[in-house]
Design a protein around this ligand. Structure first.
Ligand code: GLU
Length: 508
């Protein structure tokens, strides 16, 4: 195989959505698998769609996910600049080259003339309603005007575009690594604009020229670009670059969790899950969207779940993969042809798997950070201990603190349903007696308390639930959480007794 050089080529038109993340990830994995290069190229030729902050957002997102780029404007590289607006001058000569070779032509039609064409074709119910092989000879362009007229128009500074001259009636058979043969009939295609007189190339021209100059070996991109494949192939052919044309792989769509169709931002809003990796504030609308990072996802879990969206590792039921494993295992042959349903519940499960596998000392960092936001300082050792006790109830890093606030903040109310179920007439008396046992203890370790309280329960023929449920209710405000003796130990003697007494007073 030739040297693998792949690129992620986003347009900075907004936040990076999940489809974009997955495209970047598959490019990255493919590059790493084959010891190749992963390139970030910013495709910002359409200035009308430029959104400030979007490029920076894309870069930060790749960093957060852990997709290190080998070549980019930030990173450097031999094929820069890696932002198309900084390569503007370069595209012109290629556009003119195609005109000279007869593969493209100048078109001078005004928006009004184009509108008339569109309306006429619509009225005729024409099979192809676009500027192309069937209509171009009725329009105002260098194919219908004389060389002299064309020159005059160009010299006078008339507005023009350069259009690709789509061959008539050619049947193309192209290859896609994921989909196999792709057939296309050029008579159904139009004469796409390649270059505008404002000096900007369109996506198609800039994309092909850059892929060629940057020696891209494989183009791995979303399915929405499959219809452009015939044009891209024809551009390579027209330039005489077929020998070094990249191979193409079009990734399947990411589908809505419910129903059909492509996953959209609206689905996330409707069903309550993020569709962007990081927090995003739309500079145009001011709309704020939560990212996976803020939602408490770990980047490794996010990467793992994204990798399995449309790719499978073959003969295994394994679902948890490190980035390194994925780099080893990834292959385009195992990418599905059909769309993959996005499953927000499964994503939570992924995150939980990572949370459970993380060392408590690492979880403690998140815990300390969240506690700080509530104005509470927690030392690392205690934070790690609490994390070890509550983590099996947590899906996200934020849950660690949410599940444990009662260790630091005395409950101000008691869960109504738990109260109804567990607080009985004799609960106050039972807890008063239990408090007496606790008061005598100088060793407030979980183990010792368990031994003593259990012995007392057994000796007095009491029921464990009748003692421990109300005790949990007054200590934590509700009947949840880790082992009750761990709660007592962590709260300490004084605080535990204080809460028990208060509970007895309030609940009676
Ligand atoms: N700039 C295009 C995009 O935003 C890139 C398409 C491609 O990879 O060829 O998706």
């Amino acid at each position: 195989m030739r040297e693998v050089r792949v690129r992620f080529a986003p347009s900075p038109t907004g936040a990076l959505h999940l489809g974009g993340v997955r495209t970047a990830l598959f490019n990255y994995l493919f590059a790493r698998k084959h010891g190749g290069k992963f390139i970030l190229r910013i495709e910002d030729t359409d200035q009308t769609r430029f959104v400030p902050g979007a490029e920076d957002y894309i870069i930060r997102s790749l960093e957060w996910i852990g997709l290190d780029v080998d070549e980019s404007d930030l990173k450097g590289g031999d094929y820069g600049p890696y932002k198309q607006s900084n390569r503007k001058e370069l595209y012109k000569q290629y556009a003119f080259e195609l005109v000279d070779k007869g593969f493209a032509y100048y078109a001078f039609d005004t928006p009004e003339e184009l509108e008339v064409m569109r309306k006429t074709l619509e009225a005729q119910k024409a099979s192809v309603q676009s500027y192309g092989p069937k209509t171009r000879m009725t329009m105002k362009n260098s194919l219908t005007l004389s060389a002299e007229e064309t020159k005059q128009l160009l010299d006078s500074g008339a507005q023009y575009v350069i259009r690709f001259k789509m061959p008539e009636n050619e049947k193309l058979v192209l290859k896609d690594i994921i989909r196999g043969e792709i057939k296309a009939d050029t008579s159904l295609l139009d004469d796409k604009v390649l270059y505008k007189s404002d000096g900007m190339p369109t996506y198609h021209l800039a994309n092909i020229v850059d892929d060629h100059l940057m020696k891209i070996s494989h183009v791995i991109r979303g399915e929405e670009w499959l219809p452009s494949l015939p044009l891209h192939y024809l551009l390579y052919r027209s330039f005489g670059w077929l020998d070094s044309m990249p191979e193409f792989a079009h990734l399947p769509l990411i589908l809505k969790p419910d129903g059909k169709g492509k996953l959209s931002k609206r689905d996330g809003d409707r069903l309550g899950f993020p569709v962007f990796p990081l927090h995003w504030e739309d500079p145009k609308t001011g709309e704020v969207s939560k990212g996976y990072e803020e939602a408490g996802y770990f980047p490794e879990a996010f990467l793992n779940m994204m990798a399995l969206l449309g790719w499978n590792p073959g003969n295994t039921t394994q679902e948890i993969f490190s980035k390194e494993e994925l780099c080893q295992l990834f292959s385009l042959e195992h990418v599905n042809k059909s769309g993959s349903k996005f499953d927000p519940e499964k994503n939570k499960w992924f995150n939980k798997q990572y949370l459970e596998r993380k060392p408590d000392s690492e979880l403690a960092e998140y815990f300390i950070e969240d506690a700080k936001k509530d104005g509470i300082e927690v030392d690392k050792e205690k934070a790690a201990l609490i994390c070890s006790l509550v983590k099996d109830r947590c899906h996200f890093s934020h849950d660690l603190w949410k599940e444990s606030t009662y260790f630091f903040i005395e409950p101000t109310s008691y869960n109504e349903a738990n109260k109804k179920k567990f607080w009985k007439e004799d609960s106050a008396q039972i807890l008063t007696n239990a408090a007496k046992i606790l008061e005598q203890e100088t060793d407030f370790s979980s183990k010792n308390l368990e031994d003593k309280i259990s012995a007392w329960i057994n000796e007095n023929g009491l029921n464990f639930g009748k003692v421990l449920n109300p005790m949990r209710l007054v200590l934590a405000g509700e009947c949840k959480g880790p082992h009750i003796f761990d709660i007592l130990n962590l709260l300490g003697k004084e605080e535990s007794l204080k809460r028990i007494k208060k509970g007895i007073e309030v609940l009676g």
